[in-house]
Design a protein around this ligand. Structure first.
Ligand SMILES: [Zn+2]
Length: 215
């Protein structure tokens, strides 16, 4: 799905990940710039090859995968990052505050932890967002609550929301309480987005939608 001339929601991760007889999905977005493609999140494991295939269709030139920007360290966002990094050598960026889940200093919520174990989450080599919260044209917005170091990512008026909100049939909902660590902090994070200039919202769960008066 084309969101703007150079921003795409990949089709490959739209569905089909089965976990305990449930179909799960988590969207992956690609931003095409002259020097390569940036991925926002990487979806559930098992889609890495398909992601690379789909990226090749996005430009006439075989643009390299320049980098991966993660909103947080959950299975359905980091799922293919290690494989993609191994194949392309691209850097994988994440908030320093998500490191604790990767090192085991802090546990994810029990159900998430179980999913990571069951699915064998592979951890990429991580780089941490710099203090100025900018990676090229991407602005990194700290939006904790769903997890300790969750971020949203702003690019040319398009907001990539990770798990801070979802959108169903044009209705925005805040972070899912079942999967979020601190709902009050997540609510404040959602509020904190209001002053930013963006016209499109791209959630990990649900389809992209234009900004409405809900935010
Ligand atoms: Zn999550």
């Amino acid at each position: 799905m084309k969101i703007s001339p150079d921003v795409f929601m990949l089709e490959i991760t739209r569905g089909k990940f089965m976990y305990q007889d449930r179909a799960c999905y988590s969207m992956v977005y690609a931003v095409r710039e002259p020097d390569g493609i940036t991925l926002i999140d990487t979806g559930f494991p098992g889609f890495a090859y398909g992601i690379l295939e789909e990226l090749r269709t996005l430009g006439q030139h075989r643009l390299p995968l320049k980098q991966i920007l993660l909103t947080h360290a959950d299975l359905d966002h980091m799922g293919n990052a290690a494989w993609l990094q191994e194949k392309t050598g691209c850097p994988v960026w994440i908030s320093m505050k998500e490191k604790v889940y990767v090192t085991g200093e802090r546990s994810r919520l029990p159900e998430k932890q179980q999913m990571c174990r069951d699915c064998g989450l592979q951890i990429p080599r991580l780089q941490f967002y710099p203090p100025d919260r900018r990676i090229g044209e991407f602005e990194i917005l700290d939006t904790p609550g769903h997890s300790a170091g969750h971020v949203c990512i702003l690019y040319h008026g398009i907001l990539f929301g990770g798990d801070l909100f979802s959108i169903t049939d044009g209705t925005l909902q805040g972070a899912n309480p079942q999967w979020s660590e601190d709902m009050e902090t997540a609510r404040r994070s959602l509020e904190s987005l209001k002053p930013y200039k963006f016209t499109m919202l791209c959630p990990a769960h649900g389809l992209p939608d234009r900004r409405r008066d809900y935010l």
